[in-house]
Design a protein around this ligand. Structure first.
Ligand code: KG4
Ligand code: ZN
Length: 332
């Protein structure tokens, strides 16, 4: 089975083609990071226009690189949400036009299901599993007892972890996106700054707005007193506190639900500090992490998720399929 997938929910225009939900034949990702960098974050209106400019070229490039003919494609999968509505609409309409013109069935995929299924590119998923979703828009702990069965155990009550990384980076002038820079600097510093308790008690919920405000206040106070800020130490302190809480709640969920596998998903899954803590602390179950190139937004993960959704439901969408900025993971 050949699946062509499209992702455009934020600032990456991407088209990928896979065979049988495993073999990635191509994964073209056109990133807009350089365009948005000067504004310190993604500007939705500009993102939509950049998707329009790039989407046809990305389709053509994917078909060329994979050497797959249009007539060989069995299914088109596309991110239907959540994400920026203007951005989503470009991908959804491009996918619908391609599917309609070539008489191929189409299926809408949840963006977070895509991040989760990025793990299935590496190895088959084993159930029950616990998944830690950490992206720019989501922070959730999810229990999966079978394919496409998502039980939310907990989530962030305020900011997503990637969002907190980006805001802290902006406060200390490290640019956008902040996650990768904070991650790199964290390894050059020592966690010497005191951080607040962000454990949220005995729940599976998270909160990152407190630590974010704490860091912003700390930076401003030091500035007012003309005292020096050690940025690598600040990054190390923040990263240590955040990865500790993410991993300790994951361990509790693995134990409570007798999970056989633990996986991580989303852009922050690329975080080296988090990955190191996971491999050090989670040793009782099989741990899967996506390859770095499949952590941040890409269409390969959407294609794999679309393949598994079709295998499970044997249902496809029709031409009324539309993008939506808010969709629940459980509503597929
Ligand atoms: O999943 P993603 O590509 O987009 C969303 O669906 O949100 O995640 C983007 C987020 C950004 O906040 C970015 O700063 C963060 O992932 N990120 C990282 C790292 N690489 C990307 N955060 C921490 N450490 C990293 N190495
Ligand atoms: Zn994403």
């Amino acid at each position: 089975m050949i699946v062509l997938a499209v992702e455009s929910s934020c600032d990456e225009t991407s088209v990928s083609i896979n065979r049988d939900g495993k073999e990635i034949l191509t994964n073209i990702v056109l990133s807009q990071i350089d365009v948005h960098k000067q504004y310190g974050g993604v500007v939705p209106e500009i993102a939509s226009r950049e998707h329009i400019k790039g989407v046809t070229m990305v389709f053509e490039e994917a078909l060329k690189e994979s050497k797959i003919k249009r007539s060989e494609i069995d299914l088109v999968a596309v991110t239907k949400g959540p994400g920026l509505i203007g951005s989503l609409l470009i991908g959804v309409n491009a996918a619908k036009a391609f599917a309609f013109a070539n008489d191929i069935p189409i299926i809408g995929v949840h963006h977070i299901a895509g991040h989760i299924y990025a793990n299935a590119i590496t190895k088959d998923l084993v159930f029950p599993l616990v998944c830690l979703v950490v992206s720019g828009g989501h922070t959730e702990l999810i229990l999966m007892k079978e394919h496409y069965d998502f039980q939310k155990l907990g989530e962030t009550m305020d900011d997503a972890v990637g969002e907190a990384y980006d805001k802290i980076a902006r406060t200390v002038g490290l640019g956008y996106p902040g996650g990768p820079v904070v991650d790199k600097l964290a390894f050059e510093g020592i966690p010497s700054y005191k951080m607040p308790d962000i454990s949220m008690g005995n729940t599976y919920n998270f909160s990152f707005s407190g630590i974010k405000s704490h860091v912003i206040n700390l930076v401003h106070n030091l500035k007012q007193r003309n005292e020096e800020l050690n940025i690598p130490d600040l990054c190390a302190s923040f990263q240590k506190t955040v990865s500790e809480v993410l991993v300790s709640k994951s361990i509790r969920a693995i134990k409570e639900y007798n999970a056989k596998m633990f996986i991580i998903a989303g852009g922050v899954a690329a975080n080296k500090g988090l990955r190191a803590r996971i491999s050090e602390k989670i040793t009782d179950v099989e741990v899967l992490v996506p390859e770095f190139k499949y952590c941040t937004d890409n269409a390969a993960m959407i294609g794999i998720a679309g393949y598994h959704l079709y295998k499970k439901t044997h249902k496809t969408d029709d031409m009324t399929l539309n993008g939506s900025s808010r969709v629940k993971l459980q509503e597929y």
